[in-house]
Design a protein around this ligand. Structure first.
Ligand SMILES: *Cc1c(COP(=O)(O)O)cnc(C)c1O
Length: 233
């Protein structure tokens, strides 16, 4: 079932690309597997999934060292990250999507340096200014990016990420995705050393097709692939 869901979601990603006149190779589908057991991840893997997203360090570490999951999986940290936990995942994740403060970027930089690596990060933007959400405001994002780029040399900003509001009609989020895209173009135009805007991580089960139409290069889909999450078990 998970395998079929994955394939169907990928098909929808491709269709959305077609509608938007984009090459499907421009958009990466991340299977968001938080709270789900490893055998379900394996089903998605067997259907072709190679990029997985988790939002908790402990669960991510656990799954990354699993014996049943293949080693060519690319792991994405998409949830709020505490500074004291950075060290547990630093050399094992392919992208950290959720950097929203200089202090967090600084800690990632320290740990990256220790490992002798350069860690790609995205800046999380709270585009709708929701109080319940993490992320910097659209207004503060450029300055944060400039500061990271000028002071930290073991992290590399490679784009933006946003978690749009929960809406019934996905079109309601179009403007938000558009704003993120505009912001990425503005930042790109600044030509800041060591900064690229190649990644726009936006769109979830509810709204990934609209996000693709508005320029997403990474969509993060959980429920449509793995089913509803049950946080009570
Ligand atoms: C859980 C989660 C998703 C996936 O959400 P679905 O609605 O289940 O597709 C995407 N992004 C982030 C940051 C998440 O925490």
């Amino acid at each position: 079932m998970v395998g079929d869901n994955y394939k169907r979601t990928l098909e929808r990603v491709h269709k959305a690309c077609e509608r938007a006149g984009r090459d499907p190779s421009e958009v990466t589908l991340i299977a968001v597997s938080k709270t789900k057991p490893e055998d379900m991840l394996l089903e998605a893997y067997n259907a072709g999934a190679r990029e997985f997203g988790e939002n908790k360090v402990q669960e991510l570490s656990h799954k990354m060292s699993s014996n049943i999951l293949p080693k060519d999986i690319k792991w994405h940290m998409i949830g709020h990250l505490q500074r004291n936990k950075v060290k547990y995942i630093i050399d094992k994740v392919s992208l950290i999507h959720s950097v929203d403060s200089f202090r967090l970027a600084e800690e990632i930089n320290i740990q990256a340096k220790k490992c002798g690596i350069i860690v790609p990060i995205l800046i999380e933007v709270n585009a709708a200014n929701e109080e319940s959400k993490f992320g910097v405001s659209l207004e503060d994002a450029p300055e944060l990016i400039r500061q990271i780029a000028s002071e930290l040399n073991s992290v590399r900003v490679t784009g933006l990420m946003t978690v749009a509001p929960y809406v019934v009609d996905s079109n309601e989020n179009r403007e938000i995705f558009h704003k993120i895209r505009d912001l990425s173009v503005d930042i790109d135009n600044e030509k800041i050393d060591n900064v690229s805007m190649e990644n726009l991580s936006m769109g979830m089960s509810n709204d990934f097709e609209v996000a693709i139409e508005e320029g997403a290069t990474i969509v993060r889909v959980g429920t449509d692939i793995f089913g509803e999450r049950n946080y009570n078990i």
